[in-house]
Design a protein around this ligand. Structure first.
Ligand code: 26Q
Length: 802
């Protein structure tokens, strides 16, 4: 391969010309990107082989993280950085007249996820490999990732995303490892050695073809695998029109479902779930059997982790293999299954809890349904022994009830570990949402507060800040992010604070350029960059943010003496295509932006920006340029949040509610280094339980609220008719479910405080520094170590030093 700049250049030129049959001078950016990518992939290959060989020969336990989403983003820069070749390559390319930064932009984001849950899976893969831990990902190779968002006239329009148009340079297709997955058909019983057995017959087969992506650890020779399955027609006879069959088959891995809560109960989604789970587990067991004689020892060597309930069919599928193919008895199979499987819950929103109607489920997956039925009957019998006569409880806890399969119940019953993703979230699971399950198996429940890859979100996304940190406290934080805390010893280092300030300013200038290029609007890098980027959801309360901006606008207009530090409010958010209310909020943000940004009277004080098509690569430019991080969900609703951690690590100060991991951010950073407002989770839950909230009272009593709410419908926005009636109604007619008006005053107050604090530059920089210094806890390395120790029981397994 290559080990220095000259070798790199020579090989690069040779490869480019041989692959594309054109001279370097005629090559496109894309030819260059692809050449470089394939060189890096090959560079990684020997370590990839070695890693697999090491895991096999040492017989170490391996974990498979099953997830319907992996939101990887781009891999070029990340892989270069991890293998330690960024400088060699960047300098080599420069001498050829190529800018690595520009080449990086050619790569399409692998956007195979909706938001937090999918990005968490990607950060976990990075940490597993970087910690030399035997852990791999299993997912679906969607032909189209999350839709591309365009804004037309203030409305969201969705376009199919096209990340595979030029091929994915990191993947390796493994057609020889394809697996056929059966759907539909019936279950036949037969007897064998005197026992009753079952087999699935007359099924329609779909072939799952794996594409492997190497997951390269940072500064190590561990390379794990992300295996993504693609659906293709199988070579089996079929009973229907062949074109119809082809279309139906390929549709299984065509699109990622663009919804991050609502369970629509679509059969294709269920097909995707079984497709992922069955292909993954069959392939895992196939390779396990090459090295082990008995399936009874499976939990000693294999862990299967399910990312939310989406892959919960792993439980009945593993049972099916153990019962029908390996001929184990029920009790043995059940013990192996529950000891192998662990489950993470990511939400307490009831509309997000998956429930599948039996009438859809049973015909599609007849044998799997039978097994779930048996699991349910045995579980209900146990409950009956424990709570004799307590029908209400048994009905509420059953896995199958009222014509539906409850996936969360199956996940809890069929696994040995159930974890929430932040302390408060786990407490809510234990004390409320899953309290009855906690009562019967308290030992299963545990918390694993989320984390983020500090390598992607600080080292890669904010290289200048990373370099300054290294200059200040040495390089150890990269391997051990908790030593970022040493920054705290430099709180009074004027020169450090000054440099931090300059770096933030530089990052804001870059973002300002991007904003100009994308929207045509000029923003002032000296203004406070106040940012809310995340999926659009009522509970995340982008509405509270925009109503408050309307209030500021009115204040600036109405009160000549009103003074505040200039602010640039930045939004980025995709709404699920069918989520009418969320789309109205996007329109509202644009309507306000339109008015504010074109009013010269306020323009030295206020700008509102909506950045289209929020995604990982855009996020990498936003976090480093942010002053204030808006984390304003209705308390109790956001399970954890991970954007909050990315902002913190880049020196933004959180302005938020005591929800999700914000609480832990406050504990780490210190109460004086975060701006907290609003109802607490227990106050919110109390209102839900006992009533007592009347949004109209707040509307009538607070003129600020009345003013902004009225302007939703009184022609305040030129050209907008009864556009925002739904929003108005949600606040006043439907009693404001998410307590927007209840928290408004407190939100406005805390904004005032934050603005004042920003005026004290030294003070602000110190807050910022303290946030960075205490962000090490939120590295996904810490999270993964906790999963490894408490749930998976796996060890670091480093290779020999090269
Ligand atoms: C379910 C059924 C049908 C179609 C789609 C879905 C679906 C898809 C995605 C349901 C939920 C999701 C994603 C949820 C998610 O991202 N949750 C977030 O997980 C983060 C990581 O733990 C947390 O930080 C966030 O608080 C949580 O909202």
């Amino acid at each position: 391969m290559f080990s220095n700049k000259e070798e790199f250049k020579a090989l690069f030129l040779q490869r480019l010309e041989m692959t594309y049959g054109k001279s370097f001078n005629d090559s496109t950016k894309w030819d260059q990107f692809h050449t470089l990518g394939s060189m890096i992939r090959e560079y990684i290959s020997p370590d990839w082989i070695q890693t697999n060989e090491r895991y096999r020969s040492t017989g170490t336990k391996q974990v498979y993280y099953l997830s319907i989403e992996f939101l990887l983003g781009r891999l070029l820069r990340h892989n270069l950085m991890n293998i330690g070749m960024e400088e060699v390559v960047s300098n080599g390319l420069k001498e050829l007249g190529i800018d690595l930064d520009e080449l990086e932009e050619v790569e399409a984001d692998a956007g195979l996820g909706n938001g937090g849950l999918g990005r968490l899976a990607a950060c976990f893969l990075d940490s597993l490999a970087s910690l030399n831990m035997p852990g791999h990902g299993c997912g679906i190779r969607y032909k189209h990732g999350l839709f591309e968002q365009k804004i037309v006239d203030g409305y969201q329009v969705e376009l199919p995303e096209q990340w595979l148009r030029h091929g994915h340079v990191w993947e390796v297709r493994k057609a020889d490892l394809a697996i056929n997955i059966p759907f539909w058909g019936t279950v036949e019983s037969y007897t064998e050695k005197g026992g009753l057995r079952f087999r699935h017959v007359d099924a329609e087969m779909i072939t799952a073809v794996p594409y492997d992506i190497p997951v390269v650890g940072y500064n190590t020779n561990t390379v794990n695998t992300l295996r993504l399955w693609s659906a293709e027609p199988s070579p089996y006879p079929i009973n229907k029109d062949i074109l119809k069959y082809k279309r139906e088959t390929e549709s299984v891995s065509e699109f990622l479902y663009p919804d991050d809560t609502h369970d629509e109960g679509k059969i294709l989604r269920l097909k995707q779930q079984y497709f992922l789970v069955s292909a993954s587990i069959r392939s895992i067991i196939r390779s396990y059997k090459r090295n082990h004689a008995s399936l009874l020892k499976l939990p000693q060597y294999i862990g299967l982790h399910i990312n939310d309930t989406h892959p919960v069919l792993a439980i009945p599928e593993l049972m099916r293999i153990l019962l029908d193919e390996e001929k184990l008895g029920w009790d043995q199979a059940w013990e192996v299954t529950t000891k192998t499987i662990s489950y993470t819950n990511h939400t307490t929103l009831s509309e997000a809890l998956e429930k599948w109607p039996i009438r859809l489920f049973q015909p599609l997956l007849p044998r799997i349904y039978m097994i779930i039925n048996e699991i349910n009957e045995r579980f209900c019998k146990d409950l009956w022994l424990r709570y004799p006569g307590d029908w209400e409880r048994i009905e509420a806890m059953a896995i199958i009830a009222h014509g539906k399969v409850k996936m969360a119940h199956l996940a809890i019953v069929g696994s040995h570990s159930v974890n929430g993703v932040a302390k408060i979230h786990t407490d809510i699971l234990k004390q409320r949402e899953m309290v009855r399950f906690f009562e019967i198996s308290p030992e299963k429940f545990n918390n694993k507060t989320n984390g983020i890859s500090h390598r992607r979100w600080l080292l890669k996304a904010n290289p200048r800040l990373a370099a300054l940190i290294t200059e200040t406290i040495g390089p150890s934080w990269v391997g051990n992010p908790s030593s970022l805390s040493h920054l705290g010893e430099h709180l009074n280092d004027q020169s450090l604070l000054g440099q931090m300030n300059a770096i933030k300013r530089g990052n804001k200038e870059s973002l300002a350029l991007k904003i100009k290029e994308k929207t045509g609007i000029t923003v002032d890098p000296a203004s406070i960059f106040d940012v809310q980027v995340k999926r659009l959801h009522a509970y995340k309360r982008q509405l509270l943010n925009i109503l408050h901006i309307m209030h500021l606008y009115k204040q600036i207009k109405d009160d000549q003496s009103f003074n505040m530090h200039p602010r640039t409010f930045i939004f980025g958010a995709k709404a699920s295509p069918g989520y009418y209310y969320a789309k109205k909020i996007i329109k509202l943000i644009h309507a306000v932006a339109d008015k504010v940004n074109h009013d010269p009277k306020v323009n030295d004080k206020l700008k509102v920006i909506f950045l289209e098509n929020y995604r990982v690569s855009l996020a990498e430019e936003i976090f480093p340029a942010t002053d204030i991080s808006e984390q304003i969900s209705t308390a109790s609703k956001e399970a954890s949040g991970t954007g909050n951690m990315k902002f913190m690590m880049n020196g933004a100060v959180t302005l938020g509610t005591l929800d999700g991991a914000n609480i832990e951010i406050m504990e780490k950073a210190g109460e004086e280094n975060i701006f907290v407002f609003g109802l607490s989770a227990s106050e919110v839950l109390n209102y839900y339980q006992n009533g007592g909230y009347h949004s109209r009272e707040y509307y009538h009593l607070d003129t600020r609220i009345r003013n902004v709410v009225d302007s939703l419908g009184n022609g305040f926005f030129p050209g907008v008719g009864d556009e925002f009636e739904t929003i108005y109604d949600s606040l006043l007619m439907q009693n404001d479910q998410y307590f927007v008006l209840r928290d408004f005053a407190s939100y406005a107050d805390i904004h005032k405080q934050a603005g004042k604090a920003y005026e004290n530059e030294q003070g602000w920089l110190k807050m910022s520094l303290m946030n960075i210094a205490h962000s090490g806890y939120f590295s996904s390395d810490r999270t993964i170590r906790e999963y490894a120790d408490d749930i998976w029981n796996i060890n670091s397994s480093p290779g020999a030093v090269r």
